[in-house]
Design a binder for this molecule. Structure first.
Ligand SMILES: [Zn+2]
Length: 314
């Protein structure tokens, strides 16, 4: 089977892996993400050629945060300033002479978790990454689902409260404003401003303006009751969005990834406990497995390499 390279590009680093036909990672390297479109393409070429110098490859997959269309054009990358309408697939194919497949990073991570990670063997999977924002990827009937334009899976911008707080996307009340790491930080700041959550504020250095999600998590880990209350609120909002996704897609497995995974022990049981109350016919329907991701920070790169098997020329 084909040997492929996967590259996951984020706001700060590019992670490249080579995956052999058996699904083993046989080479890996990371480089800083440069600023600007031309430098970005040059960096892609360099990292791909460095991987190829160690082991030949038949195709390249790229996972990029943002809206990637079916022609491999990155329309908007929120973490890549100055990069718009970048034809990554066409530019890389010309430079490296291999078939290239480009998808959203969470879409790649979903395929990675389904093929080699927490959802191995499952044909109906929703993968949700809880970080600064919320990303998502869908495997439906055993196939990676991209949507008509490649933009499917932007689950973070499901509107859970039309009158809710503004989102950088221009909308209001998006799920990621309530169930991301940023949201947890906001819960902490609001509590601190009201004179509550004193331990959380203390861990942030004494000023409630500086509270971030990690401070709430750290206080909760100490057993602080107010911080645990904030984690419960966060857990409820996670479950609320997952229930909506389960109503639409009927997955048997939901995989939770992203930076908030470090705090999974502080919220995931609570999310699992309230989920059946929020999903349609919760007590009557078969249970949905809500599980932590297994591929860690390499999920996007490994998934991109596995997705690239689609474009290997035979
Ligand atoms: Zn939004």
């Amino acid at each position: 089977m084909a040997r492929t390279i996967g590259v996951d590009v984020g706001g700060t680093k590019m992670l490249a892996v080579t995956v052999d036909g058996a699904g083993n990672v046989i080479g890996e390297r990371r480089v800083p993400t440069p600023a600007g479109a031309d430098a970005l393409i040059d960096a892609f070429v360099d990292v791909i050629e460095a991987q190829r110098a160690e082991a030949s490859a038949d195709a390249v997959g790229v996972g990029a945060a943002g809206l990637v269309d079916r022609d491999g054009v990155l329309h908007i990358g929120p973490n890549l300033p100055g990069v718009r309408e970048l034809a990554i697939k066409a530019l890389l194919e010309e430079r490296v002479g291999l078939p290239v497949q480009v998808d959203n990073d969470a879409t790649c991570a979903a395929w990675g978790e389904r093929e080699l990670g927490a959802a191995k063997g499952s044909d109906d999977v929703v993968v949700v990454t809880l970080g600064t924002g919320i990303g998502g990827g869908l495997v439906l009937d055993g196939h990676l689902y991209r949507g008509a334009h490649g933009f499917a899976g932007e689950v973070g911008h499901i509107k859970v409260d039309p009158n809710g707080i503004p989102c950088p996307c221009g909308g209001r009340g998006c799920w990621e404003r309530y169930a991301s790491g940023s949201a947890l930080g906001r819960y902490g700041r609001e509590a601190g401003e009201g004179g509550r959550a004193t331990r959380v504020v203390e861990l942030a250095g004494g000023d409630f303006h500086d509270v971030r999600g990690e401070h709430v998590g750290a206080a909760a880990r100490e057993g602080d009751a107010e911080a645990l209350g904030l984690m419960d609120r966060f857990a409820w909002w996670v479950a609320q969005g997952l229930a909506t996704l389960a109503d639409v897609f009927d997955p048997d497995t939901i995989v939770i990834g992203g930076g908030m995974l470090e705090s999974a022990d502080l919220f995931l049981d609570r999310t699992r406990a309230v989920f059946p109350e929020l999903v349609l016919a919760g007590p009557e329907r078969p249970a949905v497995d809500i599980v932590p991701a297994q591929l860690g920070e390499r999920a996007g790169a490994i998934g991109a390499a596995l997705v690239a098997r689609e474009v290997v020329s035979r």
